[in-house]
Design a protein around this ligand. Structure first.
Ligand code: NAP
Length: 311
């Protein structure tokens, strides 16, 4: 038996093609999920080209759908439960998912929204936590128009921080003030007062500037590097009162944090902005739009399984 999936193919447009792959074989601590939606992350685009996901392997990290087989060890959700997951090989009609990598999707939250939460929401939540978020802190979010950025702006604002959202153009700043940003800047233009936290999605020269704006005791969380440019620090830029630049990656069990995010989204306390939604047949179009900085928030792929189950 096989399922359809988007696999890495360096010769294909966007380095991805639809293919038949073997049915997943769940281990005892895994459930089988029939996937209805997946979300496309900037990191997936990198993975397809960098070799991190090898040729022929299934791409993707965010999946949502319905459990069709419970875990063999008796843990995790029952058959029929709607779930969202952070899992390698998410772009497939059916995936085996560790019970520690998923959360139930509460009533009132559609799977098409929930699927936007794992990579982008967890990166925002955990990088803010690692930086030591608190009321009255000045938090700078770079690449604030994107997936991680829009969640980081909202979560920092909820914690009572003064939020500065940095975007590439006036148009890209649309909706960020409503999401909780106190200031929306093009690049770092006009930012003169020090900041306590930087959630950096862009890297390159902007990271160097952000470092220069960081207050003593402050923290830069290096979440991403969409600029693709090197960061060149001037001599002595890193000498002075203690402050930190920390690398960031999502690690370990994510189910509790994913549950926090799905609950917030279900209550309407965390907005999920979906800037592109369409069939996974249109992957190339979605990838081009994401790379071209034309998506506000998240891109969601609809996975056609050909089966009919309640969503
Ligand atoms: N470490 C981790 O665990 C982790 C987790 C999630 C994501 N990430 C990384 O974090 C970054 C953001 O991910 P995402 O999914 O939020 O991506 P996204 O939705 O594409 O958003 C990224 C934002 O970066 C800005 N940007 C894009 N290209 C740029 C360029 N050439 N120069 C300057 N700014 C540029 C864009 O803002 P404007 O159009 O407004 O300029 C865009 O909205 C990526 O590098 C991703 O790989 C890492």
């Amino acid at each position: 038996m096989s399922v359809r999936a988007l696999v890495v193919d360096p010769a294909a447009a966007a380095a991805v093609r639809l293919a038949e792959v073997p049915d997943p074989a769940p281990e005892p601590g895994q459930v089988l999920v029939e996937v209805s939606h997946a979300s496309l992350n900037y990191g997936d685009l990198n993975d397809a080209r960098s070799g991190r996901v090898p040729e022929g392997a299934v791409l993707g990290s965010d999946a949502a759908g319905v459990v069709v087989q419970a875990a063999g060890d008796g843990t995790g959700p029952a058959v029929g439960t709607r779930v969202v997951a952070l899992t390698a090989g998410a772009f497939a009609e059916c995936v085996a998912v560790d019970v520690g990598a998923l959360a139930k999707v509460p009533k009132g939250l559609r799977l098409a929204q929930a699927v936007a939460l794992p990579v982008a929401g967890l990166a925002a939540l955990r990088s803010l936590r690692a930086a030591g978020l608190g009321p009255d802190k000045r938090v700078l979010v770079t690449g604030a128009s994107g997936g991680v950025g829009r969640f980081a702006v909202q979560l920092a604002a909820r914690a009572g921080a003064h939020v500065i959202a940095s975007v590439g153009s006036t148009a890209r700043g649309e909706g960020l003030a409503e999401a909780g940003a106190d200031e929306v800047l093009i690049g770092l233009k006009g930012l003169e007062r020090p900041v306590d936290v930087v959630i950096d999605n862009v890297g390159g020269p902007q990271l160097v500037l952000a470092w220069g704006l960081l207050a003593p005791g402050g923290s830069v969380q290096s979440v991403g590097w969409t600029s693709g440019q090197p960061a060149v620090f001037p001599p002595y830029a890193t000498v002075g009162p203690a402050k930190s630049l920390t690398s960031f990656v999502i690690e370990g069990d994510v189910s509790a944090d994913l549950a926090v995010l799905t609950e917030l989204a279900a209550e309407g306390a965390l907005g999920v902005e979906i800037g592109w939604k369409g069939s996974w047949d249109r992957f190339e179009e979605a990838a081009e739009a994401l790379r071209g900085r034309r998506i506000y928030g998240k891109a969601v792929l609809e996975v056609a399984s050909g089966q009919t189950r309640p969503r």
